[in-house]
Write a protein that binds this ligand. Structure first.
Ligand code: UDP
Ligand code: MG
Length: 162
């Protein structure tokens, strides 16, 4: 039993998810949060913030060679963003599945972008794409004390091991 618990704990991950300015302005905050919440993932940090352009450039530093980089950073810093950390088994990879493909024209129906967005430049949500970027993005957006570790009553019904 102890071994099972340790294996379960080792599978726990955290990912950085942001609702971009278009998602906030379109009133999609609760819709997006609800999809992660209903899946069984746990919200461990959340805030509303207008990032500076410099901050947006740091967040998207991997894309600085892209032709859309400047517009993307201007957009992210133009209005409030909801920054969140979600926790659960497989949340980094599965979070990306819930979000859908980068271009909403290619996102499957049933995904957040597939159901709720039309254009790549207005695809309403960001999610970390790997364990390394998840770690970096969580550290960029949140101080350690802003991450709240807690047990939810639902966990024993979501996971076979507690
Ligand atoms: N983006 C864009 N044009 C492109 C590719 C990307 O405007 O041709 C934007 C889009 O909003 C995307 C963001 O840049 O969400 C980051 O790109 P990335 O390839 O990391 O996609 P994501 O990880 O968000 O799916
Ligand atoms: Mg990305």
């Amino acid at each position: 039993m102890l071994q099972e618990q340790e294996a379960h704990a080792a599978e726990m991950e955290r990912t950085f998810i942001a609702i971009k300015p278009d998602g906030v302005q379109r009133g999609l905050i609760s819709e997006i949060i609800s999809r992660f919440e209903r899946k069984g993932y746990k919200l461990v940090a959340i805030k509303i913030v207008v990032p500076s352009k410099e901050f947006a450039q740091k967040h998207y530093h991997d894309l600085k060679e892209g032709p859309f980089f400047n517009g993307l950073c201007e957009f992210l810093s133009s209005a409030p963003v909801i920054a969140m950390v979600w926790e659960g088994v497989g949340v980094i990879k599965y979070g990306r599945k819930l979000i859908g493909a980068t271009d909403p024209q290619k996102s499957e129906p049933g995904t957040i972008r597939g159901d709720l967005a039309v254009e790549v430049g207005r695809n309403i949500i960001h999610g970390s794409d790997s364990p390394e970027t998840a770690k970096d993005e969580i550290n960029l957006w949140f101080k350690p004390e802003e991450l709240v570790s807690y047990t939810s009553n639902a966990e024993k019904w979501i996971y076979g091991v507690n």
